[in-house]
Design a protein around this ligand. Structure first.
Ligand code: SF4
Length: 324
């Protein structure tokens, strides 16, 4: 399976099956904190980067086993890059809705919403989680390193417009990096824009996993709490979640899925690592491997062969996929 990963216990969404629409890191940003790696194609062009028929066939094959539907709460459309850059995005969303009958969430960097076609396609989703890290050009450039075809003013206008047209849930994600977009000036400017957006939740994040650039650093817990309290106070009635703290997830009893029942376990772990670095504890939780020791047993040959490697970030050891 090239385009389906998980299901994983998402901190935000419950048991979520991921659909990755892109074959490589195609994005209109090259964020310093990106977990996927460097953008290989920095572009604003919407294109059929993978034939939609290939992704639809994979979805149909996956769900031909009827039990799989019962295992998930939600389908999350994402990408190793920006999913709305795939011109088959709307068609794939419609197919997922029809085939699964499950709620659909979309993770997007929120930069393509000035395009009416994208807004119409996104309207099919039940939850849209756009990012908006900074509304000050200097911080935005430093943190998200946009393609030259992007204009911050247009991005903001697109997001505001979409939020008022859209009738599903809109959760705004803000990632804060120390010394880049965490100043009072940045936060106050951001709030001026948030006031114009119809938002259901605000989700604050920081550089919690190994970033693309080592100079991308997390903000302190104290600062995160401070900014969270301000956003809470300024936006009454809008919940503000701290993703970096790890909100409680819906826990699946470990007897539900056992590692030995998953013959393709190692492949699935690799698919997951392709999208984000994970600790042994993350992998154990997602795949129910039966303990950290078991995870290490599964991963040891992959580390020895150089297919994956480990990297320390903060006080945790992460597994990452090596470049091909
Ligand atoms: S974090 Fe998201 S938006 Fe930023 S470069 Fe990575 S994939 Fe693109």
């Amino acid at each position: 399976m090239d385009h389906i990963f998980g299901p994983v216990n998402s901190r935000r969404l419950g048991r979520s099956l991921g659909i990755d629409l892109l074959p490589e890191k195609i994005c209109n940003l090259n964020c310093i904190y990106c977990e996927v790696g460097a953008t290989t194609k920095l572009t604003c062009e919407r294109q059929e980067y993978v034939p939609p028929a290939e992704i639809l066939a994979e979805i149909d094959t996956y769900f031909s086993d009827g039990d799989r539907l019962a295992e998930i709460d939600i389908v999350t459309v994402t990408a190793s890059g920006e999913p709305t850059l795939h011109s088959g995005f709307g068609e794939i969303l419609a197919h997922l809705k029809e085939t699964t009958g499950k709620p659909i969430a979309v993770l997007t960097n929120g930069t393509t919403l000035m395009d009416e076609q994208v807004r119409q396609e996104l309207a099919l989703a039940d939850v849209v989680i756009p990012s908006l890290d900074s509304v000050r050009v200097e911080s935005f450039r430093k943190l998200d390193r946009p393609a030259t075809c992007l204009d911050l003013g247009e991005i903001i206008d697109g997001l505001v417009l979409f939020s008022h047209e859209y009738t599903g849930k809109l959760w705004l994600e803000i990632l804060l990096a120390r010394g880049i977009n965490d100043s009072d000036e940045d936060v106050m400017a951001l709030q001026e824009v948030i006031k114009r957006i119809r938002v259901d939740r605000i989700q604050l994040n920081t550089v919690a996993r190994p970033p693309l650039e080592s100079f991308a650093r997390p903000v302190s817990e104290h600062r995160l709490q401070e900014i969270s309290a301000l956003l809470h106070q300024w936006n009454p009635g809008v919940p503000v979640d701290l993703l970096a703290q790890g909100a409680p997830t819906k826990d699946i009893p470990s007897t539900d899925v056992k590692a030995e029942d998953q013959p393709d376990l190692v492949d699935e772990i690799i698919q997951m690592l392709k999208r984000r670095p994970c600790t042994a504890a993350d992998i154990n939780k997602i795949f129910h491997c039966g303990g950290l020791e078991k995870v290490e047993q599964y991963l040891a040959p992959l580390v020895r062969s150089g297919k994956i490697y480990t990297r320390r970030h903060g006080d945790r050891l992460y597994y990452l996929l090596s470049a091909e």
